[in-house]
Structure formats: C-alpha cells, structure tokens
Write a new protein. Structure first.
Length: 263
C-alpha cells in the first residue's frame, strides 16, 4: 500500500553463490530472515578457509549437486553421487558440507541468484522508475520478465525444477525460505509499482501491495505451460490477453472518475 501506513524497508544483500558478490535489493524486514539466514548452514567449523582452491572446489560441488538433484531427484541423490559427478571421493564432500541437506542450501542460493539476476533485475534495481515511467513501460517490464523466465525454463528447465519441485516439502526451514522468496519478490514488485504511481503511470487509488501479488501470480501459468512444452506463440497470446484485462483497470483516472461524478 502506498502512503504513510507503508512499513519501511531496508536494503539487504540477497544471497549469492559463494565467491560472487551479492546484489543488494530493497527487502521487507519480515522476509529477510526467511530468505537469507538458512544459507549459513553447511559451513564446517574445522574446514580451512585459507586454502587456495577451497572455494573453487566448493563451487564445483555445488554445481555438481545442482546437476544431480535435477536429473536424479533430491530424494534419490546421495553425497557419493555428488562427489562422483566432480570426480572426487565422497570424503571430500564432507570436508565442505555436513550432509546432502546442507549443500541444498547452496544450490538454492544459486537458483535464487539466477532468478533475481536474469528475471527480475529490471524491477529490483533501484534506478528503475522516474518521471519517464509510463503504464506501457510497467506492462512491458512485466511482459519481458515473464518472457525471460519462460526462456530460462526452455533453455535450462533444471533451474525451475530446483525452485518449484526439488526444494519443496523437504523440511519446514526450507519451505519457509521458499515462501520468503515469494514475499521478497512481491515486496520488490510493490515498491516498483509505488514508483510508477508517483510518476503518474498508475492510478493513485491502487493498493500496490495487493497488485504486486496479482502480477506475481500471473507469471505462473506461462511458466508452468512452458515446462509442459507450450511455445512462444502461446506465451504471446497469454501476455496480450493479460494486458488487455489489466490496462483499463490500471490506467490513471480523472478525479471525476474516481469519485463517480458525471461531470
């Protein structure tokens, strides 16, 4: 919701694979812990932190776990499978991670970073917006985000297999983290919509918090249909239909229209 009732947000670093700099995005405090805190799991206190190749080996294990989880499935995968994918003994795996569950946090970190970097970056970057922002630009940014997400699902279906299927239902901690990711995304969309309202691109009476959840929900059907094998033509028709439905309701109204007066 825009206005004085809106809770202030802080700028938090969104988790990134170790060895890479985390991007910083504006994040509602209630979502921060759920998304970022579990990534602290899996660091063994006794593991040397100053070895020349330790981070490279850790990254190799995470990449291998990503491949194994998305091809064999998390439930059937073992630490030995992950180690074999890298070509090392499974004892090496336990030098870096306590368990298969621990490395899943790093795999999820990778998926989250990919999502924000490649799908939602135009919404999340703080310099998006300004007086030039229009209703057409808002709808284009949403449409482009949907298209990027679907192209990733076509080119690398394993990414969304991790985020949507392999990571769910394992334990309450991970479920909470995935729900926090949804909240983070909706919060970022809402703040982007606030800027659009301030720029005069959207109606001022809109509840941007609820609208953010609506737009987030509208991204799911084309993603799931892409995973099922639907192609670009179906996605284009879907985006055009959503735009035709949303545009009249989002367009800036005159004062008379808002009050219901005939003029």
């Amino acid at each position: 919701m825009t206005g004085p009732g809106r809770r202030p947000a802080e700028t938090w670093p969104v988790v990134a694979p170790r060895g890479r700099r985390a991007r910083r995005y504006r994040l509602e405090p209630e979502y921060h812990d759920a998304v970022t805190e579990p990534s602290k799991r899996g660091r063994r206190p006794g593991r040397p932190r100053d070895e020349r190749n330790s981070e490279r080996r850790r990254s190799e294990l995470v990449a291998a776990a990503y491949r194994v989880f998305t091809t064999k499935g998390y439930a059937l995968a073992t630490a030995a499978d992950i180690a074999a994918e890298v070509g090392v003994g499974y004892g090496t795996f336990y030098n870096y991670f306590d368990s298969k569950r621990a490395i899943l946090d790093d795999v999820l970190d990778y998926g989250i970073d990919r999502f924000f970097t490649e799908v939602a970056s135009e919404i999340l970057e703080p310099d998006v917006g300004g007086s030039e922002l229009s209703l057409d630009a808002v709808l284009r940014i949403w449409s482009d985000a949907v298209d990027r997400m679907c192209r990733i699902a076509e080119d690398e279906p394993s990414l969304f297999r991790v985020l949507l299927f392999e990571s769910t239902g394992i334990d309450d901690e991970l479920d909470s983290r995935l729900l926090g990711l949804s909240g983070l995304t909706a919060s970022a969309i809402s703040r982007f919509l606030d800027r659009a309202v301030e720029a005069g691109a959207l109606r001022r009476d809109l509840d941007t918090t609820e609208l953010a959840w609506v737009l987030l929900a509208l991204t799911m059907p084309p993603l799931l249909r892409t995973i099922q094998g639907f192609g670009p033509q179906q996605r284009r028709r879907y985006r055009e239909t959503v735009r035709a439905v949303l545009e009249p309701g989002l367009r800036t109204c005159s004062n008379d229209e808002l009050t219901g007066e005939d003029g």
